[in-house]
Design a protein around this ligand. Structure first.
Ligand code: FE2
Length: 224
């Protein structure tokens, strides 16, 4: 991660970080989906017109594997977030996740946001942005827990950039099992003729054709 990650995020606004979890870890995390006591709430996407499928927010305390991933992946992402914030004249973020969480707590955002998502045949997630509360860390990630083409077909990650006075630009990613995809929560900077400006980014998932697609989502700020 590091310079390469920063360069890829600057170029494309999204980046794949390979092998953040092993196949065994992916299987273990997937197996938690039906263990009710691990979760604080469950969302049926169809009920809210978010799409189709279910996702579940982990309860505190987070499983150590999830907490560790969140803590370890935060510092390199904070570097990218801070470089972007400076370009856009926005606030910057602390260098450790513990400090960010302390800020969230002080702002009344105390509920953990990591989640597990499960998509079956016909399931999908409409394009959206994940903002919870006033304090928003601008990058988030997903970890693909299933094996594309073996466990499921369809179900591509879709990232759409909306530029002023231009048609929208879609990017489609197919991370392998254990890979993470880093992407903006709501926008990223783009250099234009008159300096940097914001490009809105929304994300979603195309329809799953067959099988089951499990994903771990990590959002770094907590929710009110
Ligand atoms: Fe999302």
């Amino acid at each position: 991660m590091d310079d390469t990650l920063a360069a890829r995020m600057d170029a494309d606004g999204v980046a794949v970080v390979e092998s953040v979890l092993t196949a065994a870890e992916c299987a273990e995390v997937s197996s938690w989906f039906d263990e009710d006591e691990r979760f604080r709430s469950t969302v049926d996407m169809a009920r809210h017109a978010y799409g189709r499928g279910r996702y579940r927010y982990f309860a505190d305390p987070l499983p150590p594997l999830v907490a560790q991933l969140r803590t370890e992946l935060y510092p390199p992402l904070a570097e990218v977030a801070n470089a972007w914030a400076e370009r856009l004249g926005e606030r910057t973020y602390p260098t450790t996740h513990a400090e960010l969480r302390a800020e969230c707590t002080a702002a009344g955002q105390r509920r953990p946001t990591p989640l597990l998502l499960r998509y079956g045949p016909g399931d999908h997630n409409r394009l959206h942005q994940d903002v919870y509360g006033d304090l928003t860390f601008p990058l988030q990630l997903l970890v693909m827990l299933s094996r594309p083409d073996e466990d499921f077909t369809g179900g591509e990650g879709v990232f759409v950039e909306q530029r002023a006075r231009q048609q929208s630009l879609p990017r489609v990613l197919r991370p392998r099992q254990g890979d993470a995809v880093v992407f903006p929560v709501h926008h990223r900077p783009e250099r234009g003729a008159r300096g940097d400006h914001r490009v809105q980014v929304r994300h979603g998932v195309s329809q799953v054709h067959d099988g089951r697609r499990d994903v771990l989502g990590i959002i770094f700020h907590d929710a009110p």
